[in-house]
Design a protein around this ligand. Structure first.
Ligand code: HEM
Length: 210
């Protein structure tokens, strides 16, 4: 009996604790953050060549130097973003991560957790579970990520992918959709990075797993 208890204990201590963020999530997350940054900064330079609105982005925060250079950056980073995104989506569904970590999202849960977050009462003790606000934000940004790639593809190959252009209601609307998704991603990033800095152990888990 005693020896069984000892061997159980040994097995327990010999097995490393399960990572809060598995290695594949961490890898695709940081590759995605890098690719997004390249896409956003080169995208701003492309926008400057033919602005949709009455403003342009400062050259100091754009990438590529001019329209041609920015397009090269945008199309290069596009492959990284798309392949990495497809791996994340495939593994997210195949491993059941999306179902387990991002669902269910209920209006009641979102309202309660938003109230708790605004009054600094939201618990961050168990990092392995996302609260309803996180679930909503992550599911939302994944959807926005899919839409920005699809609208981008429709503008890249409007002849071959004419059905995709039609789905967006035309080339000009696809441009506005693409810009709106960029704005949503930038807004998400500001909140997301601020929250990661406010709860540094969540950032640590996204870097080293624990
Ligand atoms: C420097 C930039 C970034 C930092 C510091 C950062 C930090 C983090 C951290 C700490 C987590 C874990 C959240 C938690 O445990 O509460 C996380 C998860 C996540 N982040 Fe980021 N992030 C960054 C950029 C991005 C970008 C650009 C996107 C997408 C546009 C993104 C999308 C996500 C998603 C979807 C998750 C949930 C992943 C999952 O559980 O499958 N992040 N991020």
């Amino acid at each position: 009996m005693t020896s069984l208890a000892v061997s159980d204990h040994q097995t327990e201590t010999a097995t490393p604790a399960k990572a809060i963020q598995p290695v594949w999530v961490r890898m695709v997350h940081w590759i995605n953050a890098f690719a997004m940054l390249l896409m956003i900064m080169s995208g701003w330079q492309i926008y400057n060549a033919s602005p949709l609105f009455g403003f342009t982005f400062s050259r100091s925060i754009t990438l590529g130097g001019w329209l041609g250079g920015a397009l090269l950056w945008h199309f290069a980073a596009m492959w990284l973003l798309m392949v990495n995104g497809l791996i994340y989506l495939a593994l997210g569904f195949a491993t059941g991560r999306f179902r387990k970590k991002l669902l269910p999202i209920t209006p009641g849960g979102v309202i309660a957790d938003t109230k708790a977050a605004l009054t600094f009462k939201l618990s961050h003790d168990d990092l392995s579970k996302y609260n309803s606000v996180q679930k909503l934000l992550y599911t939302g940004i994944i959807t926005v990520g899919v839409v920005i790639v699809l609208s981008g593809l429709s503008m890249w190959k409007p002849v071959q992918l004419h059905w995709l252009v039609s789905l967006f209601g035309g080339y000009d609307i696809a441009r506005y959709v693409h810009f709106t998704c960029m704005a949503l991603i930038v807004a998400f990033l500001v909140i997301h990075v601020a929250l990661a800095l406010l709860v540094p152990k969540s950032l640590r888990a996204m870097i080293i797993g624990r």
